[in-house]
Design a protein around this ligand. Sequence first.
Ligand code: ADP
Ligand code: MG
Length: 245
Amino acid sequence: MDSIIEFRNVKKRYDEVVAVDDVSFKVNKKDFIAIIGPNGGGKSTILKLLLKLIEPTEGSILIDNDVKISYVPQKLDTDLSFPISIMDVVLSGRINQKKIFFAKYNEDDIKKANELLKKLNLYDIRHKQIGELSGGQLQKTIIIRALMSDCNVLLLDEPTSSIDSKSKKEIYELLLEINKEITIMMVSHDVNEITNVVKGFLYINTKIHYHSDSENVNHSVCPIDKLISFNRSLIDDSYFSGMKG
Ligand code: ADP
Ligand code: MG
C-alpha cells in the first residue's frame, strides 16, 4: 500500500533542546495511529511538523498532494468568555475553506453540523454558550469543528485528556466511524483505553521506539521501510509505566 505521509530521518531542534531525533515512519491511507510516549517526548512536535507550523532541522517530510489535514490542538486558543454558541464554533470550521469574510453558511454546512452534533449528543444544546459547557462537551465541539472541513487526515493532540468517560466513549465511537474514510493520528495517554480503537501505535521518546511483532520487541530506531505499528498484544502496563507524567 502506498503511504500518504512519510517522515525520513527527521530531527527538530528548538535552540538547545532536541525534541525529535532521527524519526522515520510512514502513514498509509485509513490508518488510525496513536502517538504515545512520555511528556516532552516530542508528540506535539510531530503534529506541528505535519501541519508545517514548524520546519524540521534535518531530514524530510513527504506529504501527498491530495492530503488535507485538519487539527484538534492540545490547548484551545478560543476565549471561552466570548459569547458564542456550540453551533457558531462548529460552523466556524467551514470558514477557512470558504475564504470569504462573513461568508454565509449554506444548507449543506448546517446539515453536516447537525448530523455531527447529533452523533455526539450535542444537538439539543447546540445554542448553548461555550462558556457554559463541561470539558467533555467543549472537547466534542472542537472535534466537530475540525471535522467540518473536508479533511482526509485528522490530527488530534490528547483529545480525551481530563474529560468524563461518557464523552471519551462518544469521541472514540465517532473516530472509529470516520476512520472508514479518514486517516487519523491521535496523541494520547490512554494507552489501555485505545487499544481497541486504534490500528497501530507510534511510541516516541525523542527517538522512535517500536514493536514490530511479538518476536522482535526492541527499542531501536525504526527503519524507514517499516510502518510504525505496535502489536496490540504487546501492550501492557509495565512497558508503559512511567510514561504518564
Ligand atoms: P510532548 O507533546 O510529547 O509532551 P513536545 O513535542 O511538546 O512533547 O516537546 C518536546 C520537547 O521540545 C520538550 O522538551 C519541550 O520542552 C521542547 N519544546 C517544545 N516546543 C518548544 C518550543 N517552542 N521552544 C522550545 N522548546 C520546545
Ligand atoms: Mg504535547
